[in-house]
Ligand binder design. Sequence first.
Ligand SMILES: [Mn+2]
Length: 284
Amino acid sequence: MNDLSNLARDFATSQPAIPERVICRRRQYRTIWISDVHLGTRGCNAEMLIDFLDHVDSEKMYLVGDIIDGWRLKKKLHWPAAHNDVVWRLLKRAKRGAEVIYIPGNHDELVRQFCGLDFGGIAIRRDAMHETADGRKLLVLHGDEFDAIMLSHRWLAYLGDAAYEAIMGLNRLVNAWRRLFRMPYWSLSKHAKAKVKNAVEFISKYEEVVAQAAAHRGADGVVCGHIHTAEFRDIGGIAYYNDGDWVEGCTALVEHFDGRMEILHWADEIQERQAPAPSLMLAA
Ligand SMILES: [Mn+2]
């Protein structure tokens, strides 16, 4: 573990391939939650996450699982420089004084054996109880804990199987094509999911199961990831938050300094930043 910590320290003092764009004057939040980054796979939108990390900052940051993926035996690890850069930025954040808590998911469950330890300034925990600025207690966990309960649902096959990979491949293709024509990023599976009745049923059942578990733990709400669907819902008085993912939706959950919560859609933010100013549009 000491060797790992040294390695992390050396890594944090190295330079990223993609230089940091904004260091001071980043948009400030009290807390940021991200999950389902899936570093090590082709689906990961590392460049968009790098852009996010370079523009926002927080006192506290939760990495809510499935941050790293692709170390399954049969799969080939896809690890471009941008994926290294994401890790570099996360370690740098901890080094600059942010409290970073990493809650491993099912795709990075190898890290679960280190729960309770700190690594490069990052606390690795099985789950956490977060207290918001307005005094609410939120249970933070990845969310695969409920897969067994959800097994009766056929839609579970959606998570991590061939059909999913195919959709992801198509998603990349569609977006490579859209980039070519300077069209903004568009999530194919996000739109497909919203239209498939089964998926909608699965997601809403999942959200209820997670909210129930949070109530049992005495929490006022829950923050999870896992199903790649960003959401905020009140379920029988329990606040259900899902921070989404960086494979399709490219979303994060943030807490403002007054305890107000918000889901950030980063593809939209990039698009707005790149859009010409209204006065320019009038001139054209
Ligand atoms: Mn997961």
